[in-house]
Design a protein around this ligand. Structure first.
Ligand code: BYC
Ligand code: FE
Ligand code: FE
Length: 475
């Protein structure tokens, strides 16, 4: 299956040529995708040579090829991880049954909806990031932005392949819809909240790739468990690409912190680091608060009958279902959740299956904490006492149990007025936005140069020097 066909219009390892009808349908969708890319992809860089990796197979030792390419000519392909022989459904009511190669009729609508929701986030993120190139802090970062963007484009392809190959006419209509909705457009918004939020500066971009792409990691891990085998195989390969997106976020924030620590030293610690053009730690904390909580919403409600049904039917599992859990049926047992009742929190036992969104969120929060700990080690090594913290899950939520209450970052419930009054202490306000924006008015296009607010990376990409011309930008 992993024989790769690269000499066709659509690179793939799914033997597309053997299914002419499917091939034609995808070849009709392809120019519409490229039109969307040119309209909504990175603005001002479509003619540049960018040193990008392209997926060419799913072999772990050589799945990627690196070279200069103009983004509209990127070879977006369809790649599924190899089939696991005799794979069985690993959880829910169908535990131990053979996985499905075709969509079971009774789960058709639910699966389509999960695939469309996943697919919708991919182009949405490209739309959110389309102006960032114009304020890039270095060519290295510019290239990473575009790498993330083209791969999100490929993730859209991955979902469109499933829609075209398994969902007939309505699948094809959904594939069109994925190119029609627009991030942040009130008339035709993207499906999930965080994907309609503006991502207008590079601090937001780094937080987004750390926190929001990491929701992608956990949703993909849960879908990789699916009894619908083509979905499992597709998402398993997407996860290999996702690792780089989170690397961009983790090291991006880390480099901001390194530079801030350095400037704080220069300012004599008590001084205002903004005077030296750095991003002060309280502002970094506010952006962390914003993107962490927007991303928490992406896991859905804490108590969810949808999630229970996805699990029961074997459509969506937990992250690392086999390795991390003993009971894969989950009909017994409870998950304790703090439920707001009359202005107070009451701990309630929620039947396990109904708590699946919260259980996935638990894994996600633990993974986020590992990254925050690394950031804090940079502060510690620099002799700075300040520590970054993940806020409470109750803070600044728009989905689920805490959507209708207000809470502080440490999780105490407060009145709406107090929240509104103190919002600027916890989340970026207009002045913070204006300050961060002011650092990024001029792009840095000189190879090897870094913007003042950001430390250089530890090394370049794939053995190239940091000074390598990752993007040949025509001024
Ligand atoms: N915004 O039962 P509930 C990625 C809706 S990111 C708006 O609590 P459920 C990427 C929900 O649809 C990964 N609406 O939720 C990252 C439901 O509507 P109905 C994306 C929301 O269904 C960076 C109602 O509220 N992948 O790949 O258990 C860059 C009650 O919902 C939201 C996936 O999400 C929200 N945040 O779970 C690029 C995987 N949350 O039924 C890419 C597929 C909930 O009342 N999606 N609602 O009309 C899913 O598994 C589920 O749809 C969700 C929601 C986990 C998102
Ligand atoms: Fe993605
Ligand atoms: Fe991603």
């Amino acid at each position: 299956m992993s024989n790769v066909v690269n000499d066709t219009r659509i690179p793939n390892n799914v033997d597309l040529a053997s299914d002419k009808k499917l091939q034609r349908a995808l070849e009709q969708w392809q120019p519409k995708f490229v039109d969307w890319w040119v309209e909504m992809g990175p603005e001002g860089f479509q003619k540049d040579d960018v040193w990008l990796r392209t997926a060419i197979s799913v072999e772990s030792d050589g799945w990627a090829h690196f070279d200069y390419v103009k983004m509209p000519e990127y070879r977006w392909g369809i790649f599924l991880a190899d089939q696991v022989p005799n794979r069985k459904i690993g959880f829910g009511d169908n535990l131990g049954q053979p996985v499905w190669q075709e969509v079971p009729g009774e789960h058709r609508n639910t699966l389509r909806r999960l695939i469309v929701t996943q697919g919708d986030t991919e182009p949405a993120s490209v739309e959110q990031q389309r102006l960032l190139g114009q304020t890039c802090p270095s060519l290295y970062d510019l290239r990473n932005l575009f790498q993330v963007n083209v791969e999100e484009g490929r993730h859209l392809w991955a979902m469109v392949y499933l829609l075209h190959s398994h969902f007939g006419r309505d699948g094809r209509e959904e594939a069109e819809g994925l190119l029609e909705r627009r991030s942040g457009n009130p008339d035709k918004p993207r499906i999930l909240g965080a994907f309609n939020e503006p991502c207008q500066n590079w601090l937001s971009f780094f937080m987004f790739t750390f926190f929001t792409d990491r929701d992608g990691k956990y949703q993909l891990l849960a879908l990789a468990e699916s009894g619908f085998d083509p979905l499992s195989r597709t998402t398993r390969f997407m996860l290999t690409e996702e690792a780089h997106h989170m690397f961009v976020g983790e090291t991006g924030v880390m480099r901001v912190i390194e530079r801030t620590a350095q400037l704080m030293k220069e300012a004599g610690f008590s001084g205002d680091v903004r005077k030296l053009g750095g991003i002060d730690l309280p502002t970094i904390q506010k952006y962390l608060n914003l993107w962490f909580t927007l991303s928490l919403d992406l896991f859905g409600g804490e108590i969810s009958s949808n999630a229970a049904a996805f699990f029961a039917h074997g459509l969506k599992g937990r992250a690392h279902e086999e390795k991390e859990f003993d009971d894969h049926v989950a009909l017994e047992g409870f998950h304790a959740i703090d439920v707001p009742r009359d202005g107070k929190l009451a701990r309630e036992d929620v039947p396990m299956r109904n708590a699946m969104n919260e259980i996935l969120r638990d894994s996600y929060v633990a993974d986020c904490q590992r990254g925050v700990d690394k950031w804090n080690r940079v502060l510690e090594a620099a002799g700075i006492e300040y520590r970054l913290k993940l806020p409470s899950r109750r803070f600044h939520r728009h989905i689920g149990l805490y959507a209708d209450v207000s809470a502080t970052p440490t999780g105490e419930l407060i009145g709406k007025e107090e929240f509104t009054r103190r919002r600027g202490e916890w989340l970026p306000d207009a002045a913070d936005e204006a300050y961060v924006q002011s650092l990024m008015t001029k792009p840095v296009y000189e190879a090897g140069k870094m913007a003042n607010w950001l430390a250089p990376p530890a090394r370049g990409i794939k053995g190239k020097a940091i000074e390598f011309e990752y993007v040949r930008h025509e001024l």
